[in-house]
Write a protein that binds this ligand. Structure first.
Ligand SMILES: [Fe+2]
Length: 182
């Protein structure tokens, strides 16, 4: 077997991904239910958009699963950041999020490589350029869409944000339909 085939096989684990996503989904809701209820609606919405964009982009099952798990975990550091620093500023929530994500994933039967990658994505989720390099730009796009819908950014900035932060084909289609039709 040549090297390419070997690495393709090792990158295609046979976990029951839908089951693992569902398990994590429930655990994230439970975590926020005991720490900060305000995070649940936002996380549900970002997960929905990330799932949709990944499906429209026709990601394979493994990549789709990692995107969905990252979306569920992306703001998991907010409650601890609020407690420790009194705010959820990006560096604080990313630092705390990386730790909590790793703790939540510790007992999941996925590769150590995937666990490390997911924790890193959570720890960098405001850094669009780095996320894109890691193949997770859709997570940032889903978060941006929801943040605009929730009023965290002024809709007057929608054009600027589109030009600078939205690069996937599906992200651009959905974003254009929602925010750039006026
Ligand atoms: Fe978010």
């Amino acid at each position: 077997m040549n090297k390419t085939k070997e690495s393709e096989m090792s990158n295609t684990p046979s976990w029951d991904w839908p089951l693992l996503i569902t398990k994590l989904h429930k655990e994230v809701i439970e975590y926020f239910a005991s720490t900060d209820l305000s995070q649940i609606g936002h996380t549900e919405a970002v997960h929905n958009f990330a799932q949709l964009l990944a499906k429209l982009e026709r990601y394979d099952e493994h990549r789709q699963a990692l995107i969905e798990m990252a979306a569920l975990l992306h703001d998991i550091g907010c409650p601890n950041a609020k407690n420790k620093y009194g705010n959820t500023n990006a560096p604080n929530q990313e630092k705390e999020g990386k730790i909590v994500a790793a703790q939540l994933l510790a007992n999941y039967p996925i590769s150590e490589e995937d666990k490390k990658l997911l924790a890193e994505v959570v720890g960098l989720h405001h850094h669009q350029k780095k996320l894109k390099e890691m193949g997770f730009e859709i997570l940032a796009e889903a978060d941006l869409i929801v943040n605009l819908l929730e009023g965290y950014y002024d809709l007057g900035q929608a054009d600027y944000l589109f030009d600078h932060l939205v690069s996937s084909k599906s992200g651009r289609d959905i974003y254009r339909n929602i925010f750039l039709k006026y």
